[in-house]
Write a protein that binds this ligand. Structure first.
Ligand SMILES: Cc1cc2nc3c(=O)[nH]c(=O)nc-3n(C[C@H](O)[C@H](O)[C@H](O)COP(=O)(O)OP(=O)(O)OC[C@H]3O[C@@H](n4cnc5c(N)ncnc54)[C@H](O)[C@@H]3O)c2cc1C
Ligand code: FES
Length: 248
């Protein structure tokens, strides 16, 4: 983990209340897809964590949904503003376990880390299928970007206004055979994916956090391998170690 002052290069709305922010600066401690950064925002005590969506030539991209005062403040920031960031946080996804045809499953604000993951897997010669779930067509983002690199992209929307009507788990038959699963999204979605897939996989949790780097125990959770801090031992957990608070 390092502290870095990142300069906003662009900040634009790409779907309803969803923004893409590009940041420039020292990103050297980001080693793996699935890691996250923690942004200090003026007037807010706690930092706000966001997954790294892309990293190209020291330009780091995050995609965030406006859900409260912190993200509302972020949406008003313009190019040239500087943000204090802790970067290279979390364990990230391990790509060596993927097999030849991994399936990526993302829901809403859980879609961003899968983009950098898809790029890494494709660069290793893997055939990647992505299932991306949203509520409605106006919420869909990065469809074209994923289609540019993945072998196949399946969109689901809860109201059927784009792609398959339903949840990401309703697209598993359509996705066909796969060698491994990587996923990120709301806990209920992760739980549904966990109970439906027929391979091993890695699950990224977007738990509420305090410090973001392992010091406060605020994100501690029970796993079958003992207590883990989602911020530093995660956010990615293996399917086999997850212990759901209520049975799946
Ligand atoms: C490792 C990690 C990676 C993340 N990556 C992304 C990302 O790529 N894109 C993105 O849009 N969001 C991401 N999040 C969630 C993001 O951090 C929160 O949405 C953000 O901090 C909310 O700040 P706020 O001040 O706007 O909202 P707050 O005022 O803090 O909260 C507003 C509402 O959002 C809910 N909320 C806040 N934080 C979370 C959370 N972590 N999970 C679920 N609900 C929450 C609150 O319960 C409340 O209802 C990630 C979270 C983690 C832990
Ligand atoms: S948020 Fe402090 S230990 Fe995880």
């Amino acid at each position: 983990m390092t502290q870095s002052d990142l300069t906003i290069l662009s900040n634009r709305e790409i779907a309803t209340s969803v923004y893409e922010m590009k940041l420039g600066g020292n990103t050297i401690s980001i080693a793996r897809p699935g890691q996250f950064i923690d942004l200090k925002l003026d007037g807010f005590f706690l930092r706000r964590p966001f997954s790294v969506c892309d990293l190209e030539n020291d330009v780091l991209t995050i995609i965030y949904k406006v859900v409260g005062r912190g993200t509302e403040h972020m949406s008003s920031l313009t190019a040239g503003s500087v943000l204090d960031a802790l970067i290279g946080l979390g364990n990230g996804y391990e790509t060596s376990t993927s097999g030849a045809s991994p399936l990526l499953i993302g829901g809403g604000a859980g879609v961003p880390p899968l983009f950098m993951l898809a790029k890494a897997l494709v660069s290793q010669g893997k055939s990647v299928t992505a299932v991306l779930g949203f509520n409605t067509a106006e919420d869909v983002f990065y469809k074209g970007e994923f289609e540019g690199i993945c072998s196949r992209v399946i969109i689901t929307t809860a109201d059927g206004s784009c792609g398959i009507r339903g949840l990401v788990t309703d697209a598993l038959t359509e996705a066909g055979d796969y060698s491994y699963v990587y996923t990120c999204g709301p806990e209920q979605m992760l739980k549904a994916v966990w109970s439906k897939i027929n391979t091993s996989g890695q699950f990224s949790f977007e738990e509420r956090m305090g410090c973001g780097f392992g010091a406060c125990m605020g994100c501690s959770c029970e796993t079958l391998c003992g207590a883990k801090r989602i911020c530093s031992d995660g956010p990615v957990l293996y399917k086999e170690e997850i212990k759901w608070p209520t049975p799946a």
